[in-house]
Design a protein around this ligand. Structure first.
Ligand code: PSU
Ligand code: MN
Length: 310
């Protein structure tokens, strides 16, 4: 597929476009975490911190979203502010929603799935987020499994995340990643991270100890497979949510999600919102620390990938 640059349905910011064209490092960032995952006003602060972390690593940030039915790769501060205005009621866009939101002229924030689908279309190979979506705890009954998994299985992008959210069925998610052929690489750990906690309780088969090794692993993976890859970066110990508080908040969030009758794409925002309320903002501080750290690491890996390019 030819790389998309500019068209009536898509615009790539000049800085991002120049970097991609010249083979310089670029990191894509999602907007669902900003619009539906974190409370105001921290959400816009976190977005700015993520961009700054990518830049500090020597890469160009490309925050992705849809405004008035046009994909913007490299949203400006003003554009992101507009997208996050509550009165705009921006949609949550997974990969299947992109064409429809374009055709219908909608505003929308992209999930991991929506973001990597667009990133790979414009030639960006690295993405950072907080936690990848996965298999929900009641999936055997509801069939609720994030499209992040299937999209990652057919999109050759490296996603840096702190594992999957503890609101999910972690074991089932790891099994699905195996089935789908998506490798999971621990960053300086042999434990699968648990988002708010550094260790989900599950072991990993593979780990690396630096950005260059992570870049080498992704490069070698792509020689043999068309799937993406998950680089699992645990939250730093000083930002972990207290274990007891975590378990109590989780129980409350799961109960509320059940009682509220939330379905489909509303489930994850309801769970994250209750975590924030129950923990009086502690979960937001943890989420913030981990996503900014993931953006920084993604920048370092993107730099290492660019250095390997001929
Ligand atoms: N990471 C966070 N907060 C979030 C998300 C990730 O720290 O809100 C978002 C991502 O956009 C991810 C989405 O793709 O949650 C998963 O939603 P769902 O379970 O509906 O697929
Ligand atoms: Mn879902």
């Amino acid at each position: 597929m030819k790389r998309l640059v500019n068209s009536p349905s898509l615009v790539v910011a000049d800085e991002v476009n120049d970097a991609i064209r010249d083979g310089r490092p670029v990191v894509s960032l999602e907007t669902t975490i900003v619009v539906h995952g974190l409370p105001r006003p921290q959400n816009l602060e976190v977005a700015a911190q993520c961009e700054a972390a990518v830049r500090a690593a020597g890469a160009v940030p490309a925050t992705i979203g849809l405004l008035d039915g046009r994909v913007v790769v490299g949203l400006s501060v003003d554009e992101l502010d507009r997208l996050a205005q509550p009165q705009r009621a921006s949609a949550k866009l997974s990969s299947r929603d992109l064409g429809l939101a374009i055709a219908l002229g909608r505003d929308g924030a992209t999930t991991v799935a929506g973001t990597i689908a667009l990133a790979s279309r414009v030639g960006i190979e690295v993405m950072a987020t907080g936690g990848l979506g996965g298999v929900h705890r009641d999936a055997a009954r509801t069939f609720d499994e994030s499209n992040d998994l299937t999209t990652l299985s057919r999109t050759p992008v490296l996603v840096v995340a702190s594992g999957v959210k503890s609101i999910l069925d972690v074991a089932a998610t790891l099994e699905r990643l195996d089935t789908l052929g998506v490798p999971v690489l621990g960053y300086r750990t042999d434990r699968f991270p648990g988002f708010y906690r550094a260790d989900s309780g599950y072991a990993l088969d593979w780990s690396v100890d630096g950005p260059a090794a992570a870049a080498a692993a992704f490069t070698a993976h792509r020689d043999f497979a068309a799937t993406g890859m998950l680089l699992a970066n645990p939250v730093a110990a000083e930002f972990e949510l207290d274990a007891e508080l975590h378990d109590a908040a989780l129980a409350s969030a799961l109960a509320l999600a059940d009682a509220s009758g939330a379905r489909g794409k509303d489930v994850t925002p309801v769970l994250l919102g209750e975590f924030a309320r129950f923990s009086a903002g502690s979960s937001v501080a943890t989420n913030r620390a981990l996503v900014v750290a993931n953006a920084a690491l993604a920048g370092e890996v993107a730099v290492a990938l660019a250095a390997k390019r001929p």
